[in-house]
Each structure stands twice: as C-alpha cells, then as structure tokens.
Write a protein that binds this ligand. Structure first.
Ligand SMILES: CC(=O)CC(=O)SCCNC(=O)CCNC(=O)[C@H](O)C(C)(C)COP(=O)(O)OP(=O)(O)OC[C@H]1O[C@@H](n2cnc3c(N)ncnc32)[C@H](O)[C@@H]1OP(=O)(O)O
Length: 403
C-alpha cells in the first residue's frame, strides 16, 4: 500500500465507530385513553360501529378474540372521535384526509413520550442526537412525523432524519438495523430510533376480511438510542447489536399487506402466515449467526443451540409465537417477554419489538438479582420481526457481561 493510500485507509477507519453498535436506552409509551379489555372488545366494537345486527360476525370476532393471547389493548380512538367522524365507520366514504389530520399530530406526540423516556435514561442532552430514524404506517404526509418529532424534542437542525413508511410490523426491527449501520459507520453518531403506530388510520366497521386485524392491533410507541464506541463515561450498553440480516420469503407478496385507500388503510393477513414463518425462520437465524461469527471473528460463534439464547420475537400473533417455539424446539418460557407484551398491549406493529426489548431487560434485571453464582444467564440472543414481503428481520444480540 502506498503511504497516501495507507493514510486514507487510516483516516477512513477513524471515521467508523468502534465495535458493534449497542442499544444504550429504551423508552415506550401508549395513548392515555381507555384501556380496552379483550373480552369486552367485540361487544364494544359492534356497539360503537352500530353493527349489532351482524350477529354472525360478532360471534366470530368473539371466537377470534379468545384465541389471540391478548388481555388488553390501548387506543387513541374514542367514541367522541367517532361521533365527530361518522365517516370512519363506512369504508366507502372518503375519510383518509380526516384520519391523517389526527394522526399527523398524535403519532409524533406519542413518539415524543417514548423518546423523552429513552433520552432521560441515556443521560445526555437531546441535542447530542445526530441521526433520527422514524418508522410508522400511520402517515402519508411530507414533511412528516420525523420532522415534528425532531422539533418536539428540540433536536439540532442538522440531525439527519430518515422516515420509514409502511414497513408494518418489521418497521421497528428495520429501523434498529439501519441505526446499527449508521452508528457503526459514523464515529460518534447517536441514533434515535422511534416507532409510533396509531390504529385510527385502519379503523372501520366490521367485514368478513378485517376481523383478525381489529382483534390484534393496538396503539403504542417505542424509542431506542443506538451508538457505537467509544462510549461516554455515563453510557451503558444494554444489548450489543452483533449482526443483522433481512430476508424476503419468495412468492409471499400477497400473504401480508397494507393498502392505503380513500377510506383508510386496509390490512390483509393470510391464514397461512404463521405456517410460512415457521417454515422459514430457522434458516434466517442460521444466516444471521453465520454473519455474527464472521463479525466477531470466531467460527464457533455461529454454532448455537437455540435454547442457550435469550429471545426477542415480534409477537405478530399467538400462533406465530407457538409455531416458532415448536420449530426451534424452544423450552417453555423462552418467548415469555414476547407473550407478555402481546398479552398486555396486543400487536402494536413496528413499535412492538421495542416493548419486547424493554420487557426482556426488565426480566433480565430481576433474574440477575435472583440468580445464584452457578447459574449463568444467556449471553447471546436473537431478535426476529416480520411484516409485508413476507420480510423477516433477524438480529443477533449480546448482553455485555457487566450488565
Ligand atoms: C401487517 C403486519 O406487518 C403485521 C404483523 O405483525 S405480521 C403478523 C400478523 N399476524 C398474523 O398474521 C397472525 C394472526 N392470527 C392469529 O393471531 C390467530 O390465527 C387468531 C387469533 C386469529 C386465531 O387463532 P387460531 O389459533 O388460529 O384459532 P382458529 O380456531 O384456527 O381460528 C379462529 C377463527 O379465526 C379465523 N382465522 C384465523 N386466521 C385468520 C386470518 N389470518 N384471516 C381470517 N380469519 C382467520 C379462522 O378461520 C377461525 O374462524 P371460525 O371460528 O369462523 O372457524
């Protein structure tokens, strides 16, 4: 190598962060409105949508609700909003503008509540954030929720913003993957990931095709601060983001989808989704662990027993978790953090994975306090999230020993 080339190489490597990116802080938030118990949802939903006469669909929604593994959900939507917007009940009536008017304010506000908690935990000023990656399906406007969030938090005007739209339930994991790439390639970068989802854009009266979506989805926001070394004295790594991959299952474009229409956003969830994920998840994990072995320069690191890991799986639905547990032969309790989040909040699309990471570290602290000296807690883990494509985001995580 010539001296000039060597100098360029050296200065390039000085531009990169040290080591893998890490999760430095996590915050979550939900709308402050009513909490809806899942066993009351069908009665309430058919009453407020004035659909009591559709007794067959109501009974079906009750059967579905019983099998979701959900106990309660939080929504921004209220009966007052519905009274002001009767057009939200009829998909044939134009209502997209009115829905977007509401979520354009509420989506960044909810994200700001989650982000304020993450920033407080991080301990540095919001103006030290260099990049913002915002993911939502609830917005169709520019400038969009990322700019509003930056202004609500008082981020600096030079913050580099990216908005990810309509990635659905893998939006949070995609945003974390992107944050990892940004942090590792820009020395000193501190990336705020924010995911905020409000189902008001999808709300509508019942029809045969949308009952599962109504039974499953809830509102919430998650925020994460991501950065690579060198870390400041007060910064504490929660999860190292060792390697990340994205895979699309060929020929499944029509199995999962979202469609923006004049009457709001429609979801399509094919009945085969849990089975398709079950068939494909193991090879995604094997690929991700092979990449992690290359990343840490240790051939043995790709050689993993699934039960030796901790797990952060997007709880897309109870049968998805059951299927993954079955194909990987996971011991009961391995997906406890995912099942807890599903039970307490429902599927909050892209934001859900942040809740799962938060729950995982909460449980970890309890286990750490309770464990005896002989019992080693899992050091390595896997994060999985899925959405339209069908796309599977996989990330290999590691909890640094000091935590
Ligand atoms: C868009 C994104 O990006 C979002 C993501 O998170 S991706 C993942 C989204 N999640 C899913 O696709 C999985 C959703 N499915 C579920 O949670 C469950 O199947 C469920 C709660 C709906 C039912 O639980 P189950 O164990 O399958 O019960 P099962 O008795 O077989 O089905 C109950 C009823 O639901 C119906 N059903 C199940 N899955 C369905 C689907 N995808 N669409 C329509 N109906 C469905 C069944 O036909 C059955 O109807 P009947 O009672 O009239 O016979």
């Amino acid at each position: 190598m010539t001296r000039a080339k060597a100098r360029m190489h050296e200065s390039r490597s000085m531009e990169h962060g040290e080591g893998p990116a890490t999760v430095l802080a996590i915050g979550t938030a939900n709308p402050s409105g009513a909490i809806v118990p899942q066993d009351e949802f069908a009665d309430q939903f058919f009453r407020v949508t004035k659909s009591e006469h559709l007794t067959y669909l109501k009974e079906k929604l009750k059967r579905i609700c019983q099998k979701t593994g959900i106990e309660k959900r939080r929504f921004h939507m209220t009966e007052d909003i519905l009274r002001a917007h009767p057009e939200f009940l009829d998909r044939e009536l134009p209502s997209l503008d009115a829905r977007i008017d509401i979520v354009a304010t509420e989506v960044p506000k909810l994200a700001a509540s989650a982000a304020a908690k993450a920033i407080a935990e991080w301990g540095r000023p919001a103006t030290d954030i260099t990049h913002l990656v915002f993911s939502t399906y609830s917005g169709c406007r520019a400038p969009s929720a990322d700019l509003q969030l930056a202004s609500l938090l008082g981020l600096r005007h030079s913050v580099c913003r990216t908005i990810l739209s309509l990635h659905g339930c893998y939006g949070g994991a995609r945003a974390l993957h992107l944050a990892k790439d940004l942090a590792e390639n820009n020395r000193g970068a501190r990336v705020l990931v924010a995911c905020s989802e409000i189902t008001l854009v999808c709300f509508g009266g019942p029809d045969g095709g949308n009952l599962v979506g109504h039974a499953l989805f809830g509102d919430g926001a998650g925020a994460v601060i991501v950065g690579a070394g060198p870390l400041d004295a007060g910064e504490r790594p929660l999860f190292e983001m060792v390697s990340a991959t994205q895979t699309t299952i060929p020929g499944t474009e029509h199995a999962l989808g979202m469609q923006v229409t004049g009457g709001g956003i429609d979801f399509h969830l094919a009945i085969q989704v849990p089975m398709l994920l079950g068939h494909n998840v193991e090879h995604c994990l094997l690929d991700a662990f092979a990449s992690s072995a290359a990343a840490v320069g240790d051939d043995d690191a790709g050689d993993v027993a699934w039960n030796d890991l901790f797990w952060a799986v997007h709880p897309g639905g109870r049968p998805i978790l059951d299927k993954i547990e079955a194909v990987l032969k996971l011991e009961p309790g391995k997906l406890a953090a995912s099942r807890h989040v599903l039970r307490e909040y429902g599927n909050m699309s892209g934001a859900t994975i942040v809740f799962v990471l938060d729950e995982l570290r909460r449980r970890r602290r309890e286990e750490e306090a309770d464990r005896d000296d002989d019992h080693q807690l899992a050091e390595w883990g896997a994060m999985l999230a899925f959405g339209p494509g069908i796309t599977i985001e996989t990330m290999v995580l590691r909890i640094p020993r000091a935590n």
